[in-house]
Design a protein. Structure first.
Length: 262
């Protein structure tokens, strides 16, 4: 049965609107997701919907999207505006339970595990996850000094890839090192100093590659831990590349090398 909500003071509406705040997302272990396609991607990836909201502008013939999966609510546009984080929200949104991946999911895999050390821009993080998915990385590790994975801008920027790729949070630097040593995974970092040109390296079959903070790069602690440092040569006058662009170059370089070596 579809219920109608018209009040901004409705308890569910107020609780959903509070998910714009990281503290409330962590406390509730949920986040708000906008758009039919994104919700379909979440369902395909096995993520659980807690509640689904749509306005009168939404084609209600599509309500089967969440039929028998979650309570459905018809809301006025101003109610959707309160819950959503975009200026012009879509006509359908959902509260989704967060799904936590772990390092155990990549234990027996071969390939590149992309590690993010202090990446703070939500758009960069979302784009990196999307690119890692496209390049068939075995997963993305977000160290505990980076932006919140469930930030609304991160979710939008992944374009659904967050629902199909292991994205592992809550990992410390020492925890990463211990995991790599235990699993026989090479630990490399990107650096502009004392590093090898990525064109000439012999890529290992199992690699954890660390990308650093937008301004400071990889932290000193991980630079010390690394087995190898690599860089992307630049012919122009720019001092550095955007971290999402650099990640894309290295992800596909690794993938191309892997295909050539088979």
């Amino acid at each position: 049965m579809i219920q109608k909500i018209t009040s901004l003071q409705n308890t569910l509406v107020k609780r959903t609107a509070e998910l714009k705040n990281k503290k409330n997302r962590q406390k509730d272990n949920t986040f708000f997701l906008e758009g039919k396609r994104a919700i379909e991607e979440a369902l395909t990836g096995g993520w659980e919907i807690e509640a689904l909201f749509f306005t009168a502008q939404y084609d209600q013939s599509n309500i089967a999207l969440a039929e028998n999966k979650a309570p459905c609510y018809l809301v006025d546009e101003y109610v959707m505006n309160k819950m959503a984080s975009t200026e012009h929200p879509q006509s359908i949104g959902a509260v989704i339970h967060q799904k936590q991946s772990t390092l155990a999911e990549v234990q027996n895999k071969e390939g590149l595990l992309l590690v993010l050390d202090g990446v703070m821009d939500p758009g960069n993080l979302g784009t990196i996850i999307r690119t890692a998915d496209a390049a068939q990385a075995m997963g993305v590790v977000i160290l505990d000094n980076s932006v919140d994975l469930f930030n609304p801008k991160v979710i939008r920027s992944t374009m659904g890839s967050i629902f199909h790729l292991p994205v592992i949070t809550g990992v410390s630097k020492t925890g990463l090192k211990d995991f790599c040593q235990k699993e026989g995974i090479s630990l490399w970092v990107t650096s502009l100093e004392d590093a090898a040109d990525y064109h000439g390296v012999q890529w290992p079959r199992r690699l954890a590659l660390v990308m650093g903070n937008e301004a400071r790069g990889v932290s000193e602690e991980l630079l010390t831990m690394a087995e190898k440092k690599i860089y992307i040569p630049m012919a122009g006058r720019a001092e550095s590349l955007n971290v999402a662009v650099a990640a894309g170059i290295l992800l596909f370089a690794y993938g191309y090398n892997s295909c050539q070596s088979k």
